[in-house]
Design a protein around this ligand. Structure first.
Ligand code: PBG
Length: 330
C-alpha cells in the first residue's frame, strides 16, 4: 500500500502558512488589569513578572498605552482599601472599580471595559459571596452581586463578567441590569469555573484569597466533564452572551466540548498560574517562554476558544508592534 506523504505540505514556510488552520490575533485578547485603592505607584506582582497593581491615574495611562499597541478589551479587578463582611466596596458608587471605570471612560471612551463581578476582593473573609454559618449563601449573595453588576454598568462597564460561581447568577444579574436600563450590556459568564490551584498568583495580585476553607462548595470539581457542560448549558439558557472556561490549559477538552455544544462566543481564561509557570521556567532558562506561550495560546484557539483572557496580551502586542516597525523582535 502507498503511504501518505504528509510532509509535502510542510516543506517551506509559505506552504505552512497557507495550510495553517488556526491563528491568534490581538483581536482575540482581553487584558486583565488590577487597580488598587490608595496605592502611590505601580507595584509589580512578584509571582507575575510584568503584571502590576496600579493606582487609578497610572492605570488610565496604561490603558492608553495598551490601546496604542492595538489592544481593545480589558477586564478590570479592583482591590479596595477597606474590606468588610458584605464586601460593600464592591457596589459602592465611589468604589475603586466604579471610579476607575469612570476615569478610563473619560480619557479613553472607546476602550472596551469588562468588569469582573465578584465579592472575594472586597470581603474580609475572602469568599465570593455572603456567609451563613461557614458556607457561602447562594441567594442572598445573588442580591448583592446584582447590585455590584448594576453599579459597574452605571459607572461605564461595557460588559459584565460575573465570576462568583453562584447558581442563577446570570438570570438574576440579567434581570437587575434590564430593570436598571442596561439591557444592552452583555454578560460574559464565568460558566465553567473550576476550583483550581492555578489561581494562586492571582490571589496575591487581587488580594482575595479565602481566609478559611476553600471554594469547593461553589467552584467546580476538576474531575467533572459532564457537569461542566451542564453549567455551560444552564448559563446559555439563562441568556448569557458569552460562555467561559477557566482555567484554560488543563481544561482544553472542556473548551472543545462546549465549542461543540453551544453556538455562543467562548472565552478561555489563561489564568495566573499558567502565566507564572511559563515565566518562571523561562527565567530559569528551562524552556523558551515566548515559544511555549505562543503554543499554549494557539492550543486554546484550536480547542475552540474565540477569545482569550491573558496576562500575555500586552507583551505580545508590544512584540508585534516592534515587528511592524521593523525593529528587532524578542
Ligand atoms: C475572582 C476571580 C479569581 C480569578 C478571576 N476572578 C480567583 C478565584 O476564583 O479564586 C482567577 C484568575 C487568575 O488566576 O488569573 N473570583
Amino acid at each position: 500500500m502507498m503511504f501518505k506523504r504528509q510532509r509535502r505540505l510542510r516543506r517551506n514556510p509559505f506552504l505552512r502558512d497557507l495550510v495553517r488552520e488556526t491563528d491568534v490575533s490581538l483581536d482575540d485578547f482581553i487584558y486583565p488589569l488590577f487597580v488598587k485603592e490608595g496605592l502611590e505607584q505601580p507595584m509589580e506582582i512578584p509571582s507575575m513578572p510584568g503584571i502590576y497593581q496600579f493606582p487609578i491615574k497610572d492605570l488610565v495611562e496604561e490603558v492608553g498605552r495598551c490601546m496604542s499597541l492595538g489592544l481593545k478589551a480589558f477586564i478590570l479587578f479592583g482591590i479596595p482599601q477597606n474590606k468588610d463582611e458584605r464586601g460593600s466596596q464592591a457596589y459602592a458608587p465611589t468604589g475603586i472599580v466604579q471610579e476607575t471605570l469612570q476615569a478610563i471612560k473619560k480619557s479613553h471612551p472607546e476602550a472596551l471595559l469588562i468588569a469582573d463581578t465578584c465579592l472575594c476582593e472586597f470581603t474580609d473573609h475572602g469568599h465570593c459571596g455572603l456567609l451563613k454559618e461557614d458556607d457561602v449563601d447562594n441567594d442572598s449573595s445573588l442580591e448583592l452581586l446584582t447590585q455590584v453588576a448594576v453599579s459597574q454598568a452605571q459607572a461605564g462597564a461595557d460588559v459584565i463578567a460575573p465570576s462568583n460561581a453562584m447558581d442563577g447568577f446570570v438570570t438574576t444579574i440579567r434581570r437587575g441590569l434590564d430593570a436598571a436600563g442596561f439591557d444592552q450590556v452583555p454578560i460574559m459568564a464565568y460558566s465553567v469555573k473550576f476550583a483550581s490551584s492555578f489561581y494562586g498568583p492571582f490571589r496575591e495580585a487581587a488580594e482575595g484569597a479565602p481566609q478559611f476553607g476553600d471554594r469547593k462548595s461553589y467552584q467546580m470539581d476538576s474531575a467533572n466533564r459532564r457537569e461542566a457542560l451542564r453549567e455551560a448549558l444552564a448559563d446559555e439558557d439563562e441568556q448569557a452572551d458569552f460562555l467561559m472556561v477557566k482555567p484554560a490549559l488543563a481544561y482544553l477538552d472542556i473548551i472543545r466540548e462546549i465549542r461543540g455544544t453551544s453556538l455562543l462566543p467562548l472565552v478561555a481564561y489563561n489564568v495566573s498560574g499558567e502565566y507564572a509557570m511559563i515565566k518562571a521556567a523561562g527565567e530559569k532558562g528551562w524552556l523558551n517562554p515566548i515559544l511555549t506561550r505562543d503554543e499554549s495560546l494557539l492550543a486554546m484557539k484550536r480547542a475552540g476558544a474565540d477569545l482569550i483572557i491573558t496576562y500575555f496580551a500586552k507583551e505580545i502586542a508590544l512584540e508585534r508592534w516592534k515587528d511592524r516597525d521593523g525593529k528587532a523582535v524578542k
